[in-house]
Write a protein that binds this ligand. Structure first.
Ligand code: TMP
Length: 211
């Protein structure tokens, strides 16, 4: 057997939070931190991460659609992403750092849109079986503050970013409920701190949780 067949499975780390929480800007630094600890890391995102997934992302962020179509397309993009990128990377021992995963569907499509979460439990088990992130870093801050950060960016907003503050507050609550239900996996970070303080907390969280 080659040494590759013996490589231990990599770690699966996801970043979550409401729009404007700042998680995406910490992704590259977190990847560099993991690399500095001697691991190979793949960074990716949802919806997206594959050629097909990025096309679905364009539709999801740009086109209005039935709420259940939106939820199903999120899971369709996820199935492709897992098959093409996430599962092969973990199997060869790489760490995968993913900007959003299924917690986002619970938070946005159930918490934000009000769809029945029971349907997502079935889809989740179909699409990713027993696979769950080893660690989820939840960037938490009040929706009003996140809204101010987005407004300061002076760019055109996608379909989710254009939602009212009430939507984002429901999404935030749903994220916090998920964190309370799975504290061994989901770590909440106060994203209202300075970027430097948030970055340090992200590194400490990854170092203590994933060895
Ligand atoms: P991003 O801007 O963080 O890359 O995420 C794109 C948007 O997609 C964001 O507003 C949240 C939304 N989203 C969902 O509504 N459900 C999901 O399952 C995922 C992965 C993202």
């Amino acid at each position: 057997m080659s040494s590759e067949q013996h490589s231990p499975r990599g770690r699966f780390i996801t970043f979550e939070g409401i729009d404007g929480a700042g998680k995406s800007s910490h992704l590259a630094a977190a990847a560099a931190f993991i690399t500095s600890r001697g691991r190979r890391v793949v960074t990716t995102r949802e919806p997206g991460g594959t050629a097909l997934g990025e096309k679905l992302r364009g539709l999801l962020l740009g086109e209005s659609m039935h709420l259940e179509t939106e939820a199903l397309l999120m899971f369709a993009a996820r199935r492709e992403h897992l098959a093409q990128l996430v599962e092969p990377a973990l199997a060869r021992g790489d760490w995968v750092l993913c900007d959003r995963f299924s917690d986002a569907t619970y938070a946005y499509q159930s918490g934000g849109r009000g769809l029945d979460r029971g349907k997502f439990e079935q889809l989740e088990s179909w699409v990713h079986g027993h696979l769950q992130p080893d660690l989820t870093v939840l960037f938490d801050l009040p929706a009003a503050l996140a809204g101010q950060r987005i407004a300061a960016q002076a760019r055109s907003l996608d379909r989710f970013e254009r939602e009212q503050a009430g939507f984002h507050e429901r999404v935030r609550r749903a994220y916090l409920e998920r964190a309370a239900a799975a504290p061994w996996r989901i770590r909440v970070i106060d994203a209202s701190q300075s970027p430097e303080a948030v970055g340090r907390t992200v590194e400490e969280t990854i170092a203590s949780h994933c060895r």
